[in-house]
Design a protein around this ligand. Sequence first.
Ligand SMILES: *[C@@H]1O[C@H](CO)[C@@H](O)[C@H](O)[C@H]1NC(C)=O
Ligand SMILES: *[C@@H]1O[C@H](CO)[C@@H](O)[C@H](O)[C@H]1NC(C)=O
Length: 164
Amino acid sequence: MKWHILFIALTVLCATIYAEEEEEAARLLVSKQILNKYLVENMDIVIKYTIYNTGNVAALEVEITDNSFHPDHFTHVSGELNARIDRVPPYTNVSHTVVVRPRKFGYFNFTSAEVLYRRKEDAPRLQVAVSSEPGEGLIVAYRDYDKQFSSHVSYKIDIAEKRE
Ligand SMILES: *[C@@H]1O[C@H](CO)[C@@H](O)[C@H](O)[C@H]1NC(C)=O
Ligand SMILES: *[C@@H]1O[C@H](CO)[C@@H](O)[C@H](O)[C@H]1NC(C)=O
């Protein structure tokens, strides 16, 4: 009997929470972008995450985690791969930047980051979201990049020497 009443109470509570969530709650759209024009082995790759709250209340306890840069393939240079943002106000963008260096060359599939957040202060559980995926990119071997770059430099030096 007691359980029966508790069950009804819980159902009502859940229905109320659900209705409220429809009305006012945070909703995050997360984009993951690679800012580099060229991806080169052993050189910095800059990744920008933009969190946009399209909801009408602040998103709380926002945590963005990117597990896609395995230490076998990437050296972590700067920016947290697991970042915590206490609050993203409504209709506001917050961005976060990470720098990594690829250890290997070849094609690499840049996949999404995961985001957890509370849709409103009294939300009973965290919301899970994923970022956009930059997709597959070609990481050029350093020696190929270096060849092109150094031939360009020596060309400039030749010109300078001829002028003297
Ligand atoms: C936030 O970013 C989104 C997507 O880049 C853009 O459409 C929107 O206008 C931006 N909003 C603000 C308030 O800067
Ligand atoms: C990259 O990874 C995503 C997610 O795992 C997958 O859907 C997509 O097909 C992959 N793309 C390539 C080119 O392998």
